[in-house]
Design a protein around this ligand. Sequence first.
Ligand SMILES: *Cc1c(COP(=O)(O)O)cnc(C)c1O
Length: 547
Amino acid sequence: MADYQEIVAQLRTAFPAPVSDRVHDAYFVFSFLRALDQVDALKSAAPMLGSPVTLDYDSARQKRVDDTPSTLEAVTAQLVHYLSGMFIWGHPRAQINVVPSPTIPSIIGGLLPSIYNPNLVSEESSRQVSLAEVEAIAMTAALVGYDPQQADGVFTFGGTGTLLYGAKLGLEKAVPDARRRGLHQPAVMLCSDRAHYACHTVANWLGLGEDNLITVPTTDDNQMIVSELGTRLREAISSGRRIACIVATMGTTDAFGLDDLAGIVRLRDELVAEFDLDYTPHVHADAVIGWAWSVFNDYDFERNPLAFRHRTVRALAGAARRIRHLGLADSIGIDYHKTGFAPYISSAVLLKDGRDFERLTRREEETPYIFQSGSRHPGRYTLETTRAGSGPLAAIANLQLFGRQGLQALLGHLVTMAEELREHLEGHSATTVLNGDNFGPVTLFRVYPDGVDTFSMPAQERTDPACRETLLEHNEYNRRLFELIQADALEGRGVVISLTDCYRMTDYGEPINALKSYILSPFSDTQHVNSVLESIWQARRKLNDGS
Ligand SMILES: *Cc1c(COP(=O)(O)O)cnc(C)c1O
């Protein structure tokens, strides 16, 4: 058996050299390069690394820690192996979900901190990376229409985390000192019925209770009906409950629905006066998807300097019309790792008034370990203690790389591709676009068998209980179509799209499913749009022949 000194000597080679050592640096970089080479060997025409893998959790549970150390090379090869079977989200033949391909600078932004482990808990442990967080927050605050002098924010563990911050701040306003006394008054949270399930998570984890999350009905274009919100707010307030948070979804996950934030804030202000409330209910904008469209706040749609197509201009302006009011929200959730093309996790919550953080600040005697020097100590009010520097550096990387114009061009391109797809789907008698009035890169559509009148069927299915059987048949039809398209795409033909089991509920309580194309690859082009269409027609022929 090796003595411990030999083992330590060997393990040292697996750490980056603490002092400049070109030879060892080369070994470090080369090891990474070799890993990338091994990943490259997994690529084919299909939008997937390696091939589809059946996941074997039984053998996963048999894994144990070895007695003896391994080598960097062996470990790396193992790590690469885990990527086999992963979709390549950035592949133009992948139109699956709101998962971007990260840019190279943002990947480097994510990697550098993982070498040096800055900890954003305090400036003592993160130094200039703490500045990077402040810079990213200021840049984004200005972009979405906040006053960066007043606003503040922190990076946190994903969109759900941003929503948790928004609701927690709102709860402290509505039920003062809930942090110490607990939930001593009944409180509710409101969002649309198309909002992300993260709202349930937050109601649960904050101790509000999921039953105290009130969901407000939406229009056919997936936005909250503000008058219905009014009714529910009045009911809640009249019955003695406090309004912990109103969540406006600015870009729903499936359909890119955009709530009328300005209308919601106006309603909130009216109710404060009407009921003479001693607090102002907090409005949180869940803009984790929609925030990026704020680059169009100052775009001149008349002159259209970037020369977008007509349909694209209309779609971008349609989204900008809602997004430009983001600055009215009391807090905003941002996912750079969705429409900002950053690696996971890069999410920030922005507060319109940074002083709101004081409602969460711990007493100094509660945090004796840290915060001895310096001025910025987010760890005094963040939920997490350790926070990585990767989120802010990845965000900064892309904000700098793109600039406003770059993001305008990129989003404009994706929307152009989505609009091309829609143009075809709308033009064909067997297909219907379901979210035609939502103007993002995501298209939800249904395909129907021969002989169905696709002009009247979608509305009929949605509203007429006598259509239940037909609806379910069509759900099944779309599911089988999806499976055929999927199988083809994994063979390297066609495009991987996805299926959403419940685009909306019908008025009589059944889920309507839909095929979904989420175009987020910068490499998407007309040929890939055509490829989606070809896959649909081909799968449809197969289904028609088979039945
Ligand atoms: C994705 C998403 C979330 C959750 O964000 P994560 O970053 O996945 O935690 C919340 N709200 C909306 C609208 C989303 O699309």
